[in-house]
Design a protein around this ligand. Structure first.
Ligand code: CAA
Length: 285
């Protein structure tokens, strides 16, 4: 797809991922409409985007004129039905299958013929999401990593019916956004979470068994394997509820007991200790 076809991107969901995706799209000169059912969520998301752009100007990584243009290219809406002339949609709503299916049925009526309906899901099969639309060939997984403005990777996941044209358009957009892409089959966890979540889960088992303190486990992995964050710190950063939910998807979808979620992880989630976002996880914030 030529770049002029991806002029108007709609991002559904104004949370951390949606705002990050919208920010990076704006930085590349695209027109973006950020959609969220909550006015408050939208205001927070737009604020996060403006702060992110301002930070780049401060660091000399973005010209102020480009920041102004990017801000002018941002629109918000509380209903998808208000949004017109969409070339490319990226859904980054809460990880709830029924909600995502409803959003995709709506997107089916909003995105132009020949446009792309992408989901940032980390755990729901793309094929299943595509099947609720009248155009599963246009549905694809576009999985960004957190924090979106910093992380270089986008995993692209083709559903059973995804067309080559949809794949090419998605890859072109990711590259335009400055990202490197990899392609994953539509299997539980795709590539990153299939490998990452068992490691984080294993760190929880190590802590539960008293192999070391949280600090020692994290220091060991940070300095011993050159990772920017230790596994428990990273689990807190991702969200322990998210880690548990992906671990459950791997366990159920792949059927092997090696993916069994750690009981300590489950207990922390039961306690409402979701990590950084709730003020407490393996660490206090
Ligand atoms: N938004 C925008 N920029 C951010 C940011 C954010 N939320 N957090 C940090 N940055 C920027 C900083 O401004 C800084 O930029 P400069 O180098 O230009 O100054 C740079 O990132 C480094 O940040 P800091 O110096 O503040 O902190 P750091 O060096 O400790 O890096 C980090 C922070 C980038 C988050 C780093 O710790 C890291 O890479 N951690 C691992 C993150 C990771 O693995 N993410 C993937 C999670 S898995 C996932 O997302 C998939 C899933 O489905 C669960």
């Amino acid at each position: 797809m030529a770049t002029e076809h991806t002029e108007h991107v709609v991002v559904v969901g104004a949370g951390q991922m949606g705002a990050g995706i919208a920010q990076v799209a704006l930085q590349t000169g695209l027109r973006v409409t950020l959609v969220d059912v909550s006015e408050e969520g939208l205001a927070k998301g737009a604020g996060r985007i403006r702060a992110g752009l301002a930070k780049l100007v401060e660091k000399g990584k973005l010209e102020d004129a480009k920041r102004k243009a990017a801000e002018a290219n941002l629109a918000t809406a509380t209903r998808l039905s208000e949004v017109k002339e969409v070339d490319f949609a990226v859904e980054a709503a809460t990880e709830n299958e029924e909600l995502k299916k409803r959003i995709f049925q709506e997107l089916d009526g909003v995105v132009k013929p020949g446009g792309v309906l992408a989901t940032n899901t980390s755990s729901i099969p793309i094929t299943r999401i595509g099947a609720v639309t009248k155009r599963p060939e246009s549905v694809i997984g576009m999985h960004f990593m957190n924090p979106v403005p910093v992380m270089q990777l986008v995993e692209i996941i083709r559903g059973a019916a995804t067309s080559d044209a949809t794949y090419e358009a998605t890859r072109a957009l990711a590259v335009r956004m400055g990202k490197t892409t990899v392609v994953s089959r539509d299997m539980p966890g795709f590539i990153v979470n299939r490998i990452l979540i068992p490691m984080l889960n294993e760190a929880c088992f190590a802590l539960m068994e008293g192999l070391g303190t949280a600090e020692d486990i994290d220091t060991a992995m940070k300095l011993g394997t050159n990772q920017p964050m230790g596994p428990l710190q990273l689990a807190d950063f991702i969200g322990l509820d998210t880690c548990l939910s992906i671990a459950e998807v791997l366990h159920k979808g792949l059927g092997d007991d090696k993916y069994r979620p750690c009981p300590l992880l489950r207990q922390y989630v039961d306690a409402g200790w979701y990590g950084k976002k709730s003020g407490r996880g393996f660490y206090k914030y």
